[in-house]
Design a protein around this ligand. Structure first.
Ligand SMILES: NC(=O)c1ccc[n+]([C@@H]2O[C@H](COP(=O)([O-])OP(=O)(O)OC[C@H]3O[C@@H](n4cnc5c(N)ncnc54)[C@H](O)[C@@H]3O)[C@@H](O)[C@H]2O)c1
Length: 275
């Protein structure tokens, strides 16, 4: 496996929390990057990168941006829970534009999916990549839609997708839940390298987490991508294990606080799903 992609890589959401980690790190490895976001890139532009401001809802702009690119690292969009009308343009319509661009360019999509696509699974139940999708929010539902779009474009057009169900990617874990879900920035960057440089990925799912002993997640396609997470939330256990809330839904389900946002159901589902 070479360490530089043959074609430029398009990074959406470049001005966001994770984009600002990825852009300089990948540029430092000699990658040619096309960066884009709705808002200006706030840092010095890394060497070998260009930035174009665009709205994911603008289909022709996304097609132009993707021209000549071999991979789209799709990190742009609404990244937390919002009312449906605020999620739909960037995360549903925008995703369609990304996939149409990938189809045209024969490019691979690495999709920043989320644990909130499966947030209504109980924490006690370890999940494999083929588990039921149980979104906990309109945001999580948009990630389910994205994963399903990836499958449709794989079967129908041969567009490859690596869907990374990111747990919590922040400088450090800050509560008990993150002892299970934390993804260090360094592990995120290594994962993006593997997802981009692996010769063939097909359409696969990866749990976006570091090597956490308390992980909610088990089997995924990491074996075929190669590489393994090198960081872990475990050293923070003594500090954070008791940092919990009193909220029943939040503590029962993998999606944490998202399962409580705008909730009207008084008690959790008991027993088997859908009973
Ligand atoms: N950080 C995490 O722990 C985490 C966890 C799960 C999933 N994710 C996913 O990873 C991706 C990046 O997360 P982040 O934490 O950097 O989020 P972020 O909100 O910091 O970055 C998202 C970026 O997308 C841009 N954006 C929003 N609407 C847009 C539009 N219509 N057109 C173009 N750009 C638009 C925003 O301006 C922002 O810079 C998101 O897709 C998010 O859902 C992140």
């Amino acid at each position: 496996m070479t360490d530089t992609p043959a074609k430029p890589v398009l990074l959406t959401g470049a001005a966001g929390g994770l984009g600002r980690q990825l852009a300089p790190a990948l540029a430092a490895r000699g990658w040619k990057l096309v960066l884009t976001d709705l808002v200006p890139f706030p840092d010095a532009l890394p060497e070998g990168a260009r930035f174009v401001r665009a709205d994911l809802a603008d289909g022709p702009a996304i097609l132009r941006l993707a021209e000549g690119c071999g991979t789209v690292l799709h990190f742009g969009g609404v990244s937390t829970e919002h009312p449906f009308e605020q999620v739909v343009d960037a995360n549903i319509r925008g995703l369609y534009h990304i996939y149409e661009a990938a189809r045209r360019e024969r490019a691979r999509v690495v999709f920043a999916s989320s644990n909130h696509a499966v947030g209504f699974h109980e924490r006690a139940e370890p999940l494999d990549d083929d588990c039921q999708l149980l979104p906990d929010s309109y945001y999580g539902l948009s990630k389910v839609y994205g994963e399903m779009m990836g499958r449709m474009y794989w079967f129908k057009h041969g567009v490859e997708t690596v869907a990374v169900r990111i747990g919590s990617s922040f400088p450090r874990p800050v509560d008990a839940r993150m002892l299970s879900t934390w993804l260090s920035y360094a592990d995120l960057i290594r994962l993006m390298e593997r997802a981009t440089l692996s010769p063939a990925t097909g359409c696969c799912v990866i749990w976006g987490a570091s090597a956490n002993a308390r992980s909610f997640w088990r089997q995924d396609a990491r074996g075929s991508l190669g590489g393994a997470p090198q960081d872990s939330a475990d050293p923070f256990t003594a500090e954070l294990a008791d940092k919990r809330t009193q909220a029943v839904f939040t503590e029962r389900y993998q999606g944490g606080g998202y399962t409580d946002i705008d909730r009207t159901r008084p008690t959790p589902v008991q027993g088997r799903l859908f009973e």
